[in-house]
Design a protein around this ligand. Structure first.
Ligand code: FES
Ligand code: FE2
Length: 467
């Protein structure tokens, strides 16, 4: 309420303009990542103050994944999701564009949308006192009794708070709360070169199928994000029994596995991949899918060039900073929504090429459920590890001990002409080091000029000259 100096608001009237938080600078938290010695302080996983700084510095500024275009094809179609801990509605507009709004009534803050998704909505009505909003977020009406008679009530000034910027890349919709954030393409940098292995390997584009699977894991959001950014190392140990159940043998990628493999990172986004094995696809357990991936790989050579075509379906994992991850070939896409320093809400979708045959789409859907859902053989393996890593790091003496992130510290590949920071082999902590370097950049910097010109920016060389 405006008391005393009421700048920006008519005297005695509320100023209902959106408020977008300003970033600060937390150099002490940035120092928790020791780049020189490749160590990370355990407090980044457990400390409440660090977590609150993450919400301000990272989740209120980064471009965050919101939805796939295919989930909301028509005007009024919507999904409910989160940006950090903020509840958000993503809705297709009448002109075909996509907007996103805080799912919170400007009256007393109640949710205005209670369901996860819907089709052709004409608007959203708040349960509490009956304010109603259009799909453009504007206040349309009240309960019809009191406010209409109140001459001071300025309906046009009131609406759902819009997400400051919304944009999409090849079917994936992202949003940021920061009006000053660089464009989505600048936020990705040349990492789009790697995203296209999944998003642009076939004409016709991609779609999400079969709804979403939700679960909660008692872990810090960075453990799964760093796992997908470049931790194939754990698969040979953690996932042995799951792999035996599905493949009839352990995880064995052959002697030449790491010769062809590499890690790539730009602005903390990272992918690790090998070539030629169609390994991820095999773990879904359907021989038809392996044939499909090999065919796709052959066909995509014209579209993506030799190297990226060979990565289709390979053993590979990827995180788009900060909390959006996927497994090429297994086709599971997921967001690790933070829910405090020690908890996440995980939402998982299955992505397929729109032009894939129906039985292939169905096998991908079932394969993802069998492997990467709460009851899936691989998801269960991972969740337990991340929970213990989070819980044990809270110990008073335990949290004084640094963690080791030094595998492959001298493995930078200066010869391979690929975009970004390239490291040889994928059994390597390189992408994880760069993920935490990016984390520290967000902690330290209060402006995008510094954020885009730090150590995680791609080294200057010709992008996409690899083919
Ligand atoms: S809280 Fe929404 S109408 Fe009152
Ligand atoms: Fe795993």
């Amino acid at each position: 309420m405006c008391e005393g100096d009421c700048k920006g608001a008519a005297k005695g009237r509320p100023n209902m303009k959106p408020v977008y938080p300003k970033a600060g600078s937390y150099p002490d938290f940035a120092k928790l990542v020791d780049r020189e010695n490749a160590q990370v302080d355990r407090r980044v996983f457990t400390d409440e103050q660090v977590y609150q700084a993450e919400l301000r510095q990272i989740f209120a500024r980064s471009w965050l994944f919101l939805a796939h275009e295919s989930q909301i094809p028509n005007p009024g179609d919507f999904v409910r999701t989160s940006m950090g801990e903020d509840d958000v509605i993503v809705v297709r507009q009448r002109d075909g564009s996509v907007n996103a709004f805080l799912n919170s009534c400007p009256h007393r803050g109640n949710r205005v949308c209670m369901v996860d998704a819907g089709k052709k909505a004409r608007g959203f009505i708040c349960n509490y006192h009956g304010w109603s909003f259009g799909i453009d977020g504007a206040l349309r009406g009240t309960d019809g009794k009191v406010y209409e008679k109140d001459e001071t009530f300025e309906k046009a000034q009131i609406g759902l708070t819009p997400v400051a910027q919304v944009d999409s890349y090849k079917g994936l919709i992202f949003g940021t709360f920061d009006p000053d954030a660089v464009s989505l393409l600048e936020f990705f940098g040349d990492f789009t070169y790697y995203l296209d292995i999944m998003l642009d390997n076939d004409e016709g584009g991609t779609e999400f199928i079969g709804g979403a699977i939700k679960s909660e894991i008692d872990c810090n959001w960075k453990f799964p994000a760093e796992n997908f950014v470049g931790d194939i190392l754990h698969a040979f140990w953690t996932h042995q029994s799951g792999a035996q159940a599905i493949l009839g043998g352990g995880v064995d990628l052959g002697k030449r596995y790491d010769e062809l493999a590499f890690q790539a990172s730009i602005y903390g986004h990272g992918i690790e991949t090998n070539l030629d094995k169609v390994g991820n696809t095999r773990t879904l357990g359907y021989p038809d899918l392996v044939d499909y991936a090999f065919e796709l790989s052959e066909k995509a050579k014209d579209r993506l060039g030799e190297l990226r075509a060979r990565a289709i379906g390979a053993v590979s994992s990827c995180t788009v900073f900060p909390n959006f991850s996927f497994l090429p070939g297994q086709n599971t896409f997921r967001v690790w929504h933070p829910r405090g320093p020690g908890k996440i809400e995980l939402v998982v979708w299955t992505l397929v090429n729109k032009n894939a045959p129906d039985h292939i789409k169905e096998q991908y859907r079932k394969g993802v459920m069998m492997t990467f859902s709460p009851g899936g053989v691989f998801e269960m393996d991972d969740g337990e590890n991340w929970e213990y890593s989070t819980r044990v790091n809270q110990g008073f003496v335990t949290r004084q001990q640094p963690l080791h992130y030094a595998l492959g510290i001298e493995s930078a590949d200066m010869e391979r002409d690929l975009p970004g920071h390239i490291h040889k082999g994928s059994l390597n902590d390189a992408n994880q080091r760069l993920f935490y370097t990016r984390w520290a950049e967000f902690m330290e910097h209060d402006n995008w000029t510094d954020l885009q010109n730090g150590a995680t920016a791609a080294p200057k060389k010709t992008a996409t000259a690899a083919e």
